[in-house]
Design a protein around this ligand. Structure first.
Ligand SMILES: *Cc1c(COP(=O)(O)O)cnc(C)c1O
Length: 401
């Protein structure tokens, strides 16, 4: 590394220190470039990415299809206005409804916004069909976003005291506890909302029987069922959508992260019967934004063309196999997950230390809590990448244990 780049990085970090609002502790490096499975910082150091931009960069970093979609669409139309249709908006809605089994799409820019839409739709449903019911049942350790309403929906203990008063009308029940869910249902309940695999909560899957029972309960009582597939959607769990593992669909499904491959984009999909907003109930300056729509279309088409859900399933199995091989040596517990949303528990609460040691040797992994390591690489990951990951991971673990 030459002095020039070292100075530039020091300058950037000093500026970051005084100009970026403090919301996160970030390592002392600046990401500059990405390609496929790798990122490079301003000092030219290379990182093998098993965080995948937080389960986002499904096609890897800076894929050609996104570059081309952005170049083509930005030359034609960057933005029209939410009050007009535009071509990619219609084409993308058509594509999504064709591949998802849902009928209607509403587009936003972040996962939290998609969930806000679902929460509003649930309350609308309650007001029309359940006598003004407004309560939504969500799960303990579920995660739905960082707006006030989605923080209120999120079942994270640490968040409970924050930003009081919370939005009322959310009840949290333990995942996979049907009796707890039944006990929480009352005449005020308008919806049940859950992730089929809790992502931020540490990779915990809903049981098949539990989800099927929830579907039945909702059918019998006219309660709306919402699957938050923001993390599990678009091939992450080895199917295009995680609900395919369960054989039942929700009434509403929210999507984010992988849908844009790194471009800010999210969607709420609904069944026809839930096309119940009145004009003006929901909107947003960037709904159906042409650049986002063109990118989403390109990403989803490419993901299907390359059969990445299948690759996620196969490579996920290989990662699990390799994890089981080293489990005894490093005392790894509860190896779990589906496709490329995987996790294991460490013998001690040294997650942050292990993440830092991996960063040191050029590997990005995530610790959703101090005891747990989560892997969520781009869906293009190959066996060779996985072998490289294990070399780096074991090297980092040797330095800690
Ligand atoms: C990431 C995530 C969200 C929030 O998405 P943002 O784009 O950060 O707003 C919501 N639900 C789930 C399941 C997520 O993983």
């Amino acid at each position: 590394m030459d002095i020039q780049t070292e100075l530039e990085t020091a300058h950037l970090l000093a500026a970051a220190d005084t100009s970026i609002l403090t919301t996160a502790v970030r390592p002392e490096l600046v990401m500059e470039r990405g390609e496929g499975m790798y990122l490079w910082d301003t000092d030219g150091k290379q990182y093998l990415d098993f965080v995948g931009g937080w389960a986002v960069t499904c096609l890897g970093h800076s894929p050609t299809v996104i570059q081309e979609a952005l170049a083509k669409q930005s030359a034609a139309l960057v933005h029209s206005s939410p009050s007009f249709y535009n071509k990619p908006m219609i084409q993308f809605a058509k594509l999504l409804t064709d591949v998802s089994g849902y009928d209607r799409a509403f587009f936003t820019s972040s996962g939290a916004e998609a969930n806000e839409g679902a929460i509003k739709l649930a309350r609308k449903h309650g007001s029309i069909h359940r006598g003004g019911a407004f309560e939504i049942i969500t799960t303990v350790n579920g995660f739905h976003g960082r707006t006030l309403a989605t923080m209120s929906a999120t079942g994270k203990k640490l968040w409970e005291p924050l930003f009081a008063p919370k939005i009322p009308g959310f009840k949290h029940v333990p995942l996979n506890d049907l009796d707890a869910c039944l006990a929480a249902i009352n005449p005020y309940t308008c919806a049940i909302m859950l992730e089929l695999v809790q992502g931020e909560g540490g990779v915990h899957a809903a049981d098949v029987e539990y989800v099927r029972e929830l579907r039945k309960i909702c059918d019998d009582s006219g309660i709306m069922l919402i699957f938050d597939e923001i993390q599990t959607g678009f091939g992450r769990t080895g199917k295009l959508f995680a609900y395919e593992h369960y054989g039942v669909q929700a009434d509403v499904m929210t999507l984010g992260k992988g849908i844009g491959g790194g471009f800010p984009l999210s969607a709420m999909l609904t069944k026809e019967a839930f096309n119940i907003f009145d004009v003006g109930d929901q909107g947003g300056t960037y709904t159906g934004q042409p650049l986002a729509m063109a990118v989403g279309q390109a990403v989803v088409q490419e993901l299907i063309r390359l059969e990445l859900p299948l690759n996620a399933e196969q490579q996920g199995c290989y990662i699990l196999e390799r994890l089981h091989q080293i489990a005894d040596q490093y005392n790894l517990q509860h190896i779990r997950g589906k496709g490329l949303l995987l996790a294991f528990d460490l013998p001690e609460a040294v997650g942050p230390e292990l993440v830092a040691a991996c960063l040191q040797v050029g590997l990005l992994i995530n610790a959703p809590n101090p005891l747990t390591i989560r892997l969520m690489p781009p869906l293009i990951v190959s066996k060779t990448d996985i072998d490289s990951m294990f070399d780096l991971l074991c090297c980092a673990m040797d330095s800690i244990f």
